[in-house]
Design a protein around this ligand. Structure first.
Ligand code: ATP
Ligand code: MG
Length: 419
């Protein structure tokens, strides 16, 4: 039997993993600079948390969740996104008593049973931030500013920010009425999903990915034109903040985001390079979520960045990342000096040097071949002469140059790495 990685999953291999580590390090650094701290949560949660927190009318809950009964008969679901878990933890751990706003970030794998295509996997990675407790638009702008700095630090040249407001439950009610009246004559021409959405959540029809639906609803009324005073002020405030922070944006009346708990601000960073959807990152305000999953009413906002799509974008923009390539020494064993070589190698590693030694009892010729192929920067052969004299010849594999060194001085010649 030949095993293969499950459909929609991907093995991440070296050297690609080095680039991923870099993307993670930069994300941590930028988050810390803004005062966000990392949260790590379970990969699976009770199914009901996502039903409640993501929303029964969403594609994610209706079609995409990996749900199973555990051996105790409890329904569990592999997380399809990060926010519901963070909010569950916020409530469970009493974070309402922490200094407000509570600023958290995460780096997770998420799982959705989707049609696999370019930039769309069944297991994928998200970097995300949540800021819980602040109501005004300043925090919305802060999160967008964090993302902007992250993209710039990663070396992306162009990113396109789109913002919209989807109002609050009050003004959305009026908008739903207007939208439904507008949609009614087109209803039979919409896809089956949208026909269902019509009663339960008409706003979502605007978000439909079916070409026909997108075309039919191109001129549909937008929530933007039906915002109540408070939601309108919030949206104006956000635009003021974005201008203040030199963050260019486009207002896109069609962004509604896929998840049920969003209110007011929604935003996306989009690109032409990442497949049909083009969304690298999506976020928004979720002022109703914490109360919906059992906490006391608390405003919040967050985003999730698709890491696979980020890498597609980095590649499309031909970004060169400054990936660390520490020079590694290979110690080749000549004769029967394997023990001395192992000890020398261990000493060097303990001093912070990248070092490698033969562990397979290979011939000197085979060891030299391995050194070249494995990417070692330098080689030192340890044989009778070296062991007796305490000196050896350090050979730079790229230039072929050799220098005479005292073995106990080796660690001073090579670059140590601090961790
Ligand atoms: P889409 O419209 O592309 O389906 P979404 O609205 O379902 O996206 P979110 O739930 O907002 O996506 O997730 C945030 C980000 O996670 C997306 O912008 C995207 O970059 C990434 N993402 C979502 N689903 C997938 C997937 N199946 N494979 C890879 N990345 C994904
Ligand atoms: Mg989706």
């Amino acid at each position: 039997m030949k095993f293969t990685a499950p459909k929609g999953t991907r093995d991440l291999l070296p050297p690609e993993t080095t680039a991923w580590q870099y993307a993670e390090q930069v994300f941590c650094e930028v988050c810390h600079r803004f005062g966000y701290q990392e949260i790590r949560l379970p990969t699976f949660e009770q199914t009901a948390l996502f039903q409640r927190g993501v929303g029964e009318t969403t594609d994610v809950v209706q079609k995409e969740m990996y749900t199973f009964d555990d051996k105790g008969g409890r329904s569990m679901t592999l997380r399809p996104e990060g926010t519901a878990g963070v909010v569950r933890s916020y409530i469970e751990n009493g974070m309402a008593s922490w200094p407000s706003p509570v600023r958290l970030f995460y780096m997770i794998t998420a799982f959705r049973y989707e049609n696999v295509q370019k930039g769309r996997y069944r297991e994928f990675h998200q970097f995300g931030c949540e800021a819980i407790g602040a109501e005004g638009p300043a925090i919305d702008a802060e999160l967008i500013s964090l993302l902007d700095l992250y993209f710039k630090t990663m070396g992306l040249k162009e990113t396109s920010l789109r913002i919209n407001s989807i109002g609050c439950p009050q003004c959305r009610e009026q908008y739903h009425r207007v939208l439904k009246a507008w949609l009614k004559p087109h209803l039979t021409k919409l896809c089956a999903n949208c026909q269902e959405r019509f009663e339960r959540n008409p706003l979502r029809i605007i978000d439909c990915k079916e070409e026909n639906c997108a075309r039919l609803t191109a001129d549909a009324p937008a929530q933007m034109d039906y915002l109540c005073q408070t939601c309108g002020d919030h949206f104006n405030g956000l635009q003021h903040q974005l201008r203040l922070l030199d963050l260019p944006f486009v207002i896109d009346r069609r962004i509604v985001r896929g998840l049920d708990y969003y209110t007011r601000t929604v935003f996306e960073f989009v690109s032409g390079h990442v497949g049909t959807q083009g969304t690298i990152c999506g976020g928004g305000r979720y002022d109703g979520l914490i109360a919906a999953v059992g906490g006391s009413a608390t405003p919040g906002i967050g985003f999730a960045l698709g890491v696979e799509r980020l890498f597609m974008e980095l590649q499309a923009q031909e970004v060169q990342m400054p990936l660390p390539q520490p020079a590694r020494l290979f110690i080749a064993v000549a004769g029967n000096h394997a023990d001395e070589a192992a000890r020398l190698c261990s000493r060097l590693r303990r001093s912070g040097i990248y070092a490698d030694v033969d562990t397979m009892g290979r011939s000197l010729k085979a060891q030299m071949k391995y050194a070249g192929k494995s990417g070692a920067a330098a080689v030192l052969v340890l044989g009778d002469d070296e062991v007796n004299s305490g000196t050896g010849r350090l050979r730079d594999l790229a230039s072929g140059q050799e220098i005479e060194v005292a073995l106990d001085q080796l660690k001073n010649l090579l670059q140590p790495r601090t961790v």
